[in-house]
Design a protein around this ligand. Structure first.
Ligand code: SAM
Length: 227
């Protein structure tokens, strides 16, 4: 049984996929997908020994060694050409880390892979990387679970170059269209945080006016989304 967050990620893995789950920890995602018969094969990549051993013992315990291989490797270095990976999941990390993993692992991409990314923060970094690297966002989800709000970004290789607006990079092209209650909750609390920062800066006598204006514009941009 997966968390709603990981189940939502799992929903975007196509039947018959050859999956690389980078930063897999316990390998819950590939194990679940293998037990459901969704995936043909998977690599569970981990850069840290503890989580790598978690993955190994989970895969052993479920007797899924024929389907899932755990590899101790940094980022996309877990992927080997013979794996013929067509789907890459990177979930449960910051957007900057996800972007760094994609950027430094480019040599391991064939650019035919579907990317299913679940940044905990810094989603805009991820969207910008996708745009700059000829990927097209094909779906997005936002959900609340255990007091956190999570975003899932699904991207396929783009047929034509895509250019997202500043608002689309920040809020997500699909999420912006949908404007779900969860999206509004997320950005309402970000707006509250920004307003507190602005208050504090205004009370401090030497706060730079340009910075205050920048934050005020950001609050205004958010206001248009949460209306
Ligand atoms: N993906 C799982 C999930 O979403 O539930 C586990 C998320 S866990 C919070 C993040 C994992 O990413 C950790 O186990 C960490 O060791 C791993 N990790 C961080 N940087 C990594 C990298 N460069 N390559 C592979 N794994 C990495």
């Amino acid at each position: 049984h997966l968390s709603n967050r990981l189940q939502t990620v799992a929903d975007f893995v196509k039947p018959g996929a050859r999956l690389a789950d980078i930063g897999s920890d316990h390998a819950y995602l590939p194990v679940h997908l293998a037990k459901q018969g969704v995936i043909q094969a998977a690599v569970a990549g981990e850069v840290v020994k503890g989580p790598y051993h978690n993955a190994v013992s989970e895969i052993d315990g479920e007797q899924l060694n024929a389907v899932i291989t755990a590899r101790l490797a940094d980022g996309l270095a877990a992927i080997q050409p013979d794996d013929q990976i067509d789907t890459i999941v990177i979930a449960g990390m910051g957007g900057t880390l996800i972007t760094n993993i994609l950027e430094s692992g480019k040599a391991h991409l064939t650019h035919h892979e579907r990317l299913i990314l679940q940044p905990n923060v810094g989603e805009d970094h991820v969207r910008r990387w996708l745009q700059d690297n000829h990927y097209q966002i094909v779906a997005e989800r936002i959900l609340a679970e255990d007091g956190h709000i999570y975003e899932i970004i699904v991207a396929d290789p783009a047929e034509h170059a895509v250019k997202y607006s500043a608002a689309e990079l920040k809020f997500g092209p699909f999420l912006l269209q949908e404007k779900s209650p969860v999206l509004k909750t997320k950005w309402r609390s970000e707006q509250t945080r920004l307003q507190q920062v602005i208050q504090t800066m205004k009370q401090a006598k030497n706060a730079p006016e340009a910075k205050i204006q920048e934050f005020e514009q950001e609050c205004q941009q958010i206001q248009e989304v949460i209306l």
